[in-house]
Design a protein around this ligand. Structure first.
Ligand SMILES: Nc1ncnc2c1ncn2[C@@H]1O[C@H](COP(=O)(O)OP(=O)(O)O)[C@@H](O)[C@H]1O
Ligand SMILES: [Mg+2]
Length: 227
């Protein structure tokens, strides 16, 4: 099976400082990765490069087996790769319009749009926000609106920047609970985070940024697996 995304030789330098010097990165379909590293190690910058918001030197890249360039960002990747910001911007309108924003921008017919928005809100557990606007939503609800707004576009790869960093208790658990369902639908997810529970989700692979280099670790063997 083809990798979803493959990158060889990614380098980003600011003046004297080499922020990223990544030999290769392979993302397989329907897989979850956590991207760890100390503050300022370049996690957000790497996610932003992968979704075309920032430019880096890249020797070679491919998406679903096709050679691509990440700059200028190809239109095929605009729908397939979505970035969810740590503090997602909410539009001052209803939850339905927030979730349906990307579909409306793509000219999806009204009835199909309403159905897809309803499905995404159900998935994210935000149907109770029906008709309300962002000033009434908690941090956890905003994060789930942002996840619904991304999932509704049926991306192949979601880039989640610290999805649980500002959440605790049930809000955090609700967001963590959505991740396995994305994988079950065949999507891949890269999450920049420190959250032990995200790192510990079954099958999650770990990407660690250290001094600009990327180390890959296979999933930990869980405690109840046979030796
Ligand atoms: N355009 C830029 N010019 C100079 N330095 C930058 C630029 N963008 C990011 N940086 C620096 O790169 C480092 C990595 O930032 P970031 O990707 O936000 O790290 P992380 O998400 O791991 O905390 C930070 O020290 C930041 O100041
Ligand atoms: Mg960051």
């Amino acid at each position: 099976m083809n990798n979803l995304l493959t990158i060889h030789g990614l380098r980003l330098q600011f003046g004297e400082r080499v922020l990223l010097d990544i030999d290769h990165l392979d993302i397989t379909p329907a897989s979850a990765y956590v991207l760890t590293g100390t503050n300022g190690s370049g996690k957000s910058t790497l996610l932003r490069i992968l979704c075309g918001l920032e430019r880096a030197r890249i020797d070679a890249a491919s998406f679903m087996g096709e050679p691509i360039s990440l700059w200028p960002y190809p239109s095929a990747l605009r729908d397939a790769v979505l970035y969810v910001h740590q503090h997602p911007v909410m539009f001052s309108t209803t939850v339905e319009a927030n979730v349906g924003y990307g579909l409306a921008a793509r000219g999806i017919a009204r009835a199909a749009l309403a159905q897809r928005v309803a499905d995404a809100m159900e998935w994210a557990g935000i149907t109770h926000l029906h008709g309300t606007q962002p000033q009434h939503w908690s941090g956890g609800e905003k994060q789930r609106v942002a996840l619904a707004r991304a999932r509704v576009l049926r991306p192949k790869l979601l880039l989640l920047d610290e999805p649980t960093a500002n959440l605790d208790g049930p809000a955090r658990e609700q967001v963590i609970g959505l991740i396995p369902t994305l994988l079950a639908e065949g999507r891949s997810v890269i999450m920049a985070c420190h959250d032990r529970d995200l790192i510990g989700l079954p099958g999650v692979r770990r990407l660690k940024l250290k001094d600009g280099r990327l180390e890959m670790r296979e999933p930990a063997i869980s405690a109840d697996s046979p030796p």
